[in-house]
Design a protein around this ligand. Structure first.
Ligand code: ZN
Length: 299
């Protein structure tokens, strides 16, 4: 299940400080559980830390940096120059050793985004799903660097949308597959107002992630009017820190929007291949992120 964690920033910094002290002890096991530090690659907003050589022009790095402008253009939001530190471990064992020592309260996950008062950090490891993981977590970083208090459903819906690699138009095969199946069994109906009432990732299940992605895909893939609804939401959040519920503005702008969303899902079924549907199913529950309690709103 997807769980959003809240970590007091002071505690987080303390944990990191303890980690540095342990590394100084030079024990092999402690070294294996330390942060990767041998290479630091600075590309635009990203600072990628690794213990292995990562070429500056690696296509994944290029994709991550170009996605920053893509997100800004699609959502009509500014970019920030606040650094997003990406700690990229060389393998899963090293990553898990670090997470178990520094964040024993976190369950096993493949990647995390941690926001504190003074930093935006992504933790991930180099593996078969590193592209999806980094696109997802770095999207959180780009969004949180300019938008305070992003509602959880929109935060995750956008991250699920932008984690899809170039050329796939944000199509998330497993989400299409699960939503369609549940809909056929009369086990799911869209309800944006319900999603908007969610406050924490601990309240979100896999279907909520899928539905959040579907609303985002529907709105961003539609015409100028539907994209404007998302862009206006972003502008309100940047300007005021809060926004009117999107379900209300959507109902006013797009009558019978739930039926239109379902029609959109049916059109997507034809575009999604079996391999798309099978790809990340097993990975969904283990690709999540954590946020520290960086604000007084408890987010
Ligand atoms: Zn996420």
């Amino acid at each position: 299940m997807f769980i959003r964690f809240y970590i007091a920033p002071i505690g987080f910094r303390l944990l990191l400080a303890i980690g540095c002290a342990l590394v100084g002890g030079c024990a092999m096991q402690e070294e294996r559980s330390s942060l990767p530090v041998k290479q630091q690659l600075v590309v635009d907003q990203l600072v990628v830390h690794s213990d292995f050589h990562l070429p500056r022009n690696h296509r994944l790095i290029n994709e991550l940096t170009s996605r920053r402008n893509e997100i800004a253009r699609i959502l009509d939001i500014p970019t920030s120059d606040e650094s997003i530190h990406v700690f990229l471990f060389d393998d899963e064992t090293h990553f898990q050793a670090f997470m178990e020592r520094a964040h024993p309260e976190f369950p096993g996950r493949r990647a995390f985004f941690v926001k504190s008062d003074n930093s935006l950090n992504v933790y991930a490891y180099w593996g078969p799903r590193v592209g999806d993981d980094l696109r997802h977590e770095v999207t959180h970083g780009y969004l949180h660097s300019v938008i305070p208090n992003l509602p959880i459903w929109l935060d995750e819906g956008l991250a699920e949308y932008f984690e899809i690699k170039r050329g796939k138009q944000g199509l998330n095969g497993p989400h299409i597959y699960s939503l369609s199946n549940r809909m056929r069994r009369l086990d799911w109906r869209p309800d944006l107002a319900r999603l908007e009432a969610l406050q924490e990732a601990t309240e979100m299940n896999q279907m909520d992630y899928a539905e959040s992605w579907l609303w985002v895909h529907f709105l961003l893939s539609g015409d100028e009017q539907t994209r404007k609804i998302v862009q206006n939401q972003m502008k309100q959040l940047i300007r005021l820190g809060v926004a009117e519920p999107m379900a209300e503005s959507l109902a006013e702008s797009i009558p019978d929007c739930e039926s239109k969303l379902i029609s959109h899902l049916r059109r997507l079924e034809g575009k999604s291949t079996l391999s798309d549907a099978q790809r990340p199913v097993n990975a969904i529950p283990v690709s999540d992120e954590a946020f520290s309690a960086a604000t007084t709103q408890g987010k």
